[in-house]
Write a protein that binds this ligand. Structure first.
Ligand SMILES: Nc1ncnc2c1ncn2[C@@H]1O[C@H](COP(=O)(O)OP(=O)(O)OP(=O)(O)O)[C@@H](O)[C@H]1O
Ligand SMILES: [Zn+2]
Length: 781
């Protein structure tokens, strides 16, 4: 007899290990690693979902199936997780301090993560009710039966959503009924029979969530036929894109290409200035691996996962491409996942979570804009896509390429130490294009009666470009209308009731919004503190700047792109398409517009306020500002027309600004590394952050001291412990936050010390205490 090891879907310390279950006879030949199951759990034998992570032979009395509970149901016909993914989950946990089930679930499409447990549990009661009904009643009682279990709406929705799916069609319903009587699982079959009729003959296998033994039974007895139906919704989109063939690489591109295809020993860091043709190198190396019968994963930051990028991949590789991004519905994501799993797609283009896609025979992984913070997930499991990529490359013997115009200090330092191989692209790929000229505008000496946000020189430049029929990109990394509302009489600022942060004014909705917790309230007419009517708005956001532009330059056609204008599906796409068709002169937006865009007619980039990120209490503030400014500057003059960049700032002598002006990554890297060394920050030290949150500030403080004590006692002297200190925004969502930062180079006690910290949350009187452990945190505010 065999025994199954199951990780149950209960993210708790006590359940964070495999549990043993007996495999009844009917399942013995069907069960495989990586399948989802229902198992009875706990004293009440509640059915919970789980994942098979091991199958062992019964060895001795201790490991005997006699005393074990049986697996209740198999949920899959074939495994949903590969052996590689099970291994990945094990490896990941050591760096992300997360439960294994969270790691496993991060690799599944949402549709499979939804709680089927709830959907199936009350089926028994429903069926007994069902059997007492007349034929007519059976049909009309559909609504009653579905209450609390498989809902008709759910089925309808998943039907709408699917594209590629296996359908069951029933040649003979009567025959099915006969077999039901014979089977012990009669009750369950009855319900399914009912459901099959409900949805008119054809129904998606997966959406019903049949247990695999029933499906097998159906098939063996010729009760159902499985047919592959392909209705590709994105097919039109694929067909509309013209094929594109490879460009002749220039000598730098060529040499990078040759090195990448020749070796997989070390990861590559492809450092190429904006517009140097990194993407062309990606396309051709991927092509090389496809020719060898291998597959590829191409990661891009979510924000730049625009049609501009994806279309380039579709144009080159056609329907071999699967695209994974957050704009897809769960159903669409599931379709893409199927396409990958079945081997139909060989190139996966996607954002962070696409790193988990179950491609076989992986030849190359590319991470574009590798410095982007969006590669780190900021909820559990807090993994970095780069770390997962390293693991997967190891498993497959695949090549890993990290690309950027401004590599993260961590990656660049590794390249300097020879851990990565550095490849440089120093020239723009398009021969006619040269790097744009960058000018800094000192806003301290700008006095304008016309505008609060635009210097005279920026306004003049914009006019000049529009007159020449050229286009302009303007960036202000702050959305909304005004960043705070203040009473001029008493200085009162309207804050969020749940967070220690001022509310942002949004003119389109005429509300004050909290960008942290989503709180929304009306705009006060008088000061809530002193009743004065002198309420004024300060600090401009994109809405305000848009309004100003329309006043000063009514002839200019402006498109705004920020979180607020891109909430609806495909909004992103539509704005960029319009701009690309020159239906607008100015694209105004937040950092969303800084990345990846390639519009040949853009000859001016203006930064309204370069200071928004400079003074954040985060040791990476300069690095982030430099990256962002270099990126956005790189959008200008990418083809044959010369580009210009104007950067407005109140800190013209800040080194991040000066190095941007000089477009000198090398110099910036040197200076920044010096600071990091002096202050013992990454990449010289590793960091782990412990974030302690509680509704009661006293408790938050007390517990964070307790934790810092645990760390001091358990870590060696080599580790440095900073804090606890209040977070810069000390309260959000009605919780007070305190943070501790551990800096270390080698610390063998780290995992055990942090586990002790986590155990605190298991104590009864710490029920409302939240402890987050974040390895290599990217966010300190
Ligand atoms: N070998 C080449 N010959 C001619 N044109 C090229 C070549 N390689 C790339 N290009 C063109 O140069 C432009 C910039 O290339 P690409 O977008 O690949 O650069 P990138 O380094 O990925 O850009 P960024 O990082 O700024 O987004 C594109 O329009 C591209 O089609
Ligand atoms: Zn708030």
């Amino acid at each position: 007899m065999k025994i199954a090891k199951v990780i149950v879907d209960l993210p708790l310390m006590q359940t964070d290990k495999p549990f043993s279950y007996a495999i009844s006879k009917e399942f013995q030949s069907l069960i495989e690693l990586g399948m989802r199951v229902h198992v009875p759990f706990g004293t009440g034998n509640r059915l919970v979902q789980g994942i098979i992570v091991g199958i062992e032979e019964e060895k001795d009395a201790e490991n005997s199936s006699v005393n074990l509970k049986d697996i209740a149901e198999l949920l899959d016909v074939e495994p949903v997780l590969t052996e590689e993914q099970l291994w990945l989950a094990d490896e990941m946990r050591h760096s992300v301090f997360s439960y294994k089930i969270s790691c496993l679930k991060a690799m599944l499409p949402n549709l499979l993560n939804s709680n089927y447990d709830k959907l199936l549990k009350s089926a028994d009661g429903a069926v007994s009710k069902w059997s007492q009904l007349t034929e007519e009643e059976k049909i009309s009682s559909a609504k009653a039966v579905r209450a609390g279990q498989l809902s008709v709406e759910y089925l309808a929705k998943s039907k709408e959503n699917r594209r590629t799916e296996k359908y069951l069609s029933i040649p003979d319903l009567e025959k099915l009924a006969e077999f039901e009587i014979e089977k012990r699982a009669k009750k369950r079959l009855e319900l399914k029979y009912f459901l099959l009729r409900m949805t008119e003959e054809k129904i998606a296998l997966k959406s019903l969530n049949f247990s695999s033994q029933i499906i097998k039974f159906f098939i063996e007895h010729d009760l159902v036929k499985i047919e592959e139906v392909e209705i590709s919704r994105t097919k039109d989109k694929f067909e509309a894109i013209e094929n594109d063939s490879a460009k002749v690489l220039n000598s730098e591109q060529e040499s990078a290409y040759e090195k990448i295809i020749a070796s997989s020993d070390k990861p590559f860091l492809l450092e190429g200035i904006t517009g140097s043709g990194k993407t062309e190198v990606y396309l051709q190396t991927i092509d090389h691996f496809l020719q060898m019968g291998k597959t590829a994963i191409m990661l891009v930051p979510e924000i730049s996962l625009t049609p501009q990028i994806t279309n380039r991949f579709i144009a080159r590789f056609g329907d071999k491409v699967a695209i994974m991004h957050s704009g897809l519905s769960d159903g669409e994501k599931y379709d893409e996942w199927r396409k990958i799993k079945s081997g139909k797609a060989q190139v996966v283009v996607g954002a962070r979570s696409a790193i988990f896609t179950p491609v076989e025979n992986l030849g190359i992984i590319i991470i574009d804009e590798e410095h982007e913070t969006s590669y780190k997930q900021d909820s559990s499991p807090r993994y970095h896509a780069r770390d997962i990529a390293l693991l997967r490359a190891k498993w497959h013997g695949a090549t890993l390429v990290l690309g950027s115009a401004t590599p993260s200090l961590e990656s660049r330092a590794r390249a300097m130490r020879g851990v990565y191989e550095l490849l440089l692209l120093t020239k723009r790929a398009n021969e006619a294009a040269i790097l744009p000229e960058i000018k800094i505008i000192d806003m301290r000496s700008e006095i304008s009666d016309q505008s609060a946000n635009f210097s005279q020189s920026l306004l003049a430049k914009i006019k000049e470009k529009i007159d020449k029929d050229e286009q302009v990109i303007l960036m202000l990394n702050r959305r909304g209308y005004s960043s705070f509302v203040m009473c001029r009489e008493c200085g009162f600022v309207v804050d969020c009731p749940n967070c220690d942060i001022s509310l942002t004014l949004h003119m389109d909705t005429r509300t004050l919004n909290c960008h942290y917790c989503g709180h929304v309230q009306g705009i006060p007419q008088t000061c809530p503190n002193c009743q004065s009517r002198k309420i004024r708005y300060y600090g401009s956001g994109t809405q305000k700047v848009e309004e100003e532009l329309r006043e000063i330059m009514p002839e200019a056609r402006v498109l705004r792109m920020d979180v607020d204008t891109t909430r609806t599906k495909n909004a992103h796409e539509k704005i960029l398409e319009k701009f690309g068709n020159h239906e607008a002169d100015i694209l105004l937006g937040t950092q969303m517009i800084a990345k990846g865009l390639d519009f040949p007619n853009v000859t001016l980039v203006g930064v309204i306020n370069a200071d928004t990120g400079l003074n954040l209490p985060d040791f990476r503030a300069s690095e982030r500002s430099f990256e962002l400014l270099m990126q956005v500057a790189g959008r200008a003059g990418r083809a044959d027309k010369k580009g210009e960049v104007l950067i407005q700032t109140f800190n013209p002598h800040h080194y991040a600004i000066e190095m941007t002006k000089a477009q000198d990554y090398e110099k910036f890297y040197e200076m920044e590394m010096r600071f990091r060394r002096e202050l013992s920050y990454p990449p010289y030290y590793f960091t782990v952050q412990v974030l302690v949150s509680h509704q009661d500030e006293e408790v938050a403080i007390q517990k964070s001291y307790e934790i810092s004590q645990i760390l001091k006692q358990n870590l060696t002297e080599k580790a440095k412990i900073l804090g606890p200190t209040a977070r810069p925004i000390a309260r959000t969502h009605n919780l007070y936050h305190y943070q501790i930062l551990v800096k270390y180079r080698f610390e063998e006690e780290l995992e055990s010390a942090l586990n002790q910290v986590l155990e605190l949350t298991q104590l009864r009187d710490n029920k409302n205490l939240r402890i987050l452990i974040d390895s290599e945190p990217q966010n300190f505010v």
